[in-house]
Design a binder for this molecule. Structure first.
Ligand SMILES: Cc1ncc(C[n+]2csc(CCOP(=O)(O)OP(=O)(O)O)c2C)c(N)n1
Ligand code: SF4
Ligand SMILES: [Mg+2]
Length: 350
């Protein structure tokens, strides 16, 4: 058996959210990942975030590539749309789906092998195009599914379970996303749900390309001494820059002037309230975010939290002025603008 279905019966008194679903309605099949795998905690955080944000499961499309990480969409949001694509090809399939139907929330789930090696080109173009999505990489520094080879995100000097030392420089996907134009870039840790759930919630509410690099330890192949992706190492070197709460503007009074608190208004009317742990970090400054990543990495630390946000981000559809709605509901007037419009286009090309 490759998967286990969960019992469908719920206790009648389970709390429901505003759209009438219990938290269990956001779950998927029983996970077949190794007990303790960080990826299962990321799935649980996605379930929590979608339930708390009152998202209807059928309004979500989850797409993934190949890997243990890319298997996880089977373990959350069982009532949502899903597409398990080819290794490294999730971003192009997600982009196509988003162009055809902008009405859905797109969750792209990938691994460090999937996105930083075979899928690196696809990752880059999805970031720079402003595809409105939440792109999560469950980053364990290895190819877990194929038995623990170093991935391209493994730190130089990191030691493999069988003793080999990685001599290659690491790709930092969060730094790449910043450079490529992503308008929301964060890093979380699967062992810190209190930090991860609001990072996912804020990404869901973001109006453009949102990328979250989640350090997600592989207990089978990369959780030993000498690894820089083990639970122990990440806990000891985690430098959280901030903590976020997503707060509805209408419901909260904005506290101004406190150096510990930064309020960032979002395009959808919500307010992102950041509790600053590093008072010097301004998450609306892309260059500062790049510097923070490099500075912490040079000190052997892992910078987590909201690294960068562009509150005025626009998505691909806004930039290309496409008609509203999904392609399959466009009427004849939008699909066929008429012979006068064609004549004008032809005249403009003469
Ligand atoms: C085209 C192709 N090349 C190679 C593979 C073998 N393969 C399967 S999963 C994987 C790497 C997965 O690593 P990652 O994305 O980090 O996921 P993890 O298992 O660590 O979560 C590779 C190389 C494949 N399935 N398809
Ligand atoms: S091999 Fe590693 S990544 Fe895959 S399920 Fe097991 S612990 Fe998770
Ligand atoms: Mg991996």
């Amino acid at each position: 058996m490759t998967y286990l279905a969960k019992p469908r019966l719920h206790h009648p008194s389970l709390t429901k959210n505003k759209v009438g679903y219990t938290r269990r309605d956001y779950e998927g099949k029983v996970s077949t990942l190794c007990a303790g795998c960080g990826h299962d905690s990321v799935s649980a955080a996605i379930v929590q975030a979608c339930w708390q944000l009152d998202i209807e499961p059928h309004r979500v499309a989850k797409l993934s590539g190949i890997g243990c990480s890319s298997k996880t969409p089977d373990y959350f949001l069982g009532a949502s749309h899903g597409f398990n694509t080819v290794h490294g090809r999730m971003p192009s399939v997600l982009t196509g789906a988003y162009l055809a139907n902008r009405e859905l929330l797109y969750l792209g789930i990938s691994g460090d092998g999937d996105s930083a090696s075979i899928g690196l080109g696809q990752f880059a173009h999805a970031m720079r195009r402003g595809v409105r999505m939440v792109y999560i990489v469950e980053n364990n520094g290895v190819y877990g599914l194929t038995k623990g080879q170093f991935s391209a995100t493994a730190d130089k000097g990191s030691v493999a379970k069988k003793g080999a030392t990685n001599s290659d420089a690491a790709i930092d996907l969060a730094a790449l996303a910043l450079q490529l134009g992503a308008t929301y870039v964060a890093r979380g840790f699967s062992g810190d749900k209190a930090q991860l759930v609001p990072l996912i919630e804020a990404a869901i509410r973001h109006g453009g390309a949102a990328f979250i690099d989640v350090v997600s330890p592989c207990v089978a192949f990369n959780n030993h001494a000498g690894s820089t992706r083990s639970y122990d190492h990440v806990r000891a070197h985690n430098e959280a820059l901030n903590r976020i709460d997503v707060i509805d503007l209408a419901a909260e009074t904005v506290v101004q002037g406190s150096p510990e608190v930064l309020d960032v208004p979002q395009g959808d009317g919500s307010l992102l309230r950041l509790r600053r742990l590093d008072a010097g970090h301004d998450p609306t400054d892309r260059l500062a975010a790049m510097n923070a990543l490099q500075r912490h990495a040079a000190a052997g630390e892992i910078a987590t939290g909201l690294l960068y946000i562009d509150p005025s981000a626009r998505d691909w559809h806004a930039a290309h002025r496409t008609p509203p709605g999904a392609l399959n509901v466009l009427g004849e007037a939008a699909l066929c603008p008429g012979s006068d419009a064609l004549a004008r286009i032809n005249a403009s090309l003469k």
